[in-house]
Design a protein around this ligand. Structure first.
Ligand code: FES
Length: 167
């Protein structure tokens, strides 16, 4: 095969190529000569992208983790009262305490974010609202089943020894 015969010679650029190169160089010179005031407008225009990076912290509140230690608060229960993988509802305190994993305790408001009913039961890893059937995860209170669109509000509990208190 002799493919090199069909290619144009590269060592000697055609007249059109030379004219284009000179034209581009001339344009660059003209742009550079226009003064520095154009640079200011160009840089300020790029500021509109500065706010694009929004990292909202609204996904599944996980701030319900219990911390060990002493502190004042309302005594709720013994750790043994909270079934692992489930939880217990404390109506008087309007709080539900869960134990998604052994030794890990979480607490949430019993108030359903859908229409304000109090959640009434816990089954199969879900906190259940009786009014319209919303279900929430015992792990983080997030919605497992609507109509609720937001999870339960996290509450803070403290575990001291085998006692759980509402902070
Ligand atoms: Fe709980 Fe509607 S109030 S599901």
């Amino acid at each position: 095969m002799t493919t090199s015969e069909s290619l144009p010679p590269t060592a000697a650029p055609g007249r059109r190529t030379v004219v284009a190169a000179v034209g581009a160089a001339g344009l660059a010179v003209a742009l550079t000569a226009c003064g520095s005031s154009d640079d200011d407008s160009a840089s300020s225009g790029s500021n509109t992208q500065a706010g694009a990076n929004t990292t909202g912290g609204t996904t599944g509140d996980t701030g319900a983790s219990a911390s060990t230690g002493s502190g004042g608060g309302t005594a709720l229960a013994k750790t043994a009262d909270i079934p692992e993988g489930g939880g217990k509802i404390f109506k008087d305190q309007a709080v539900v305490v869960t134990q998604p994993a052994s030794g890990t305790f979480k607490a949430f408001s019993t108030k359903c974010p859908h229409a304000g009913c109090a959640v009434s039961s816990i089954a199969n890893g879900a906190i259940v609202c009786p009014c319209h059937g919303s279900q929430f995860s015992v792990e983080d209170g997030s919605v497992k089943k609507g109509p609720a669109t937001t999870g339960l509000t996290a509450e803070k509990v403290t575990v001291s020894g085998d006692s759980i208190t509402l902070s």
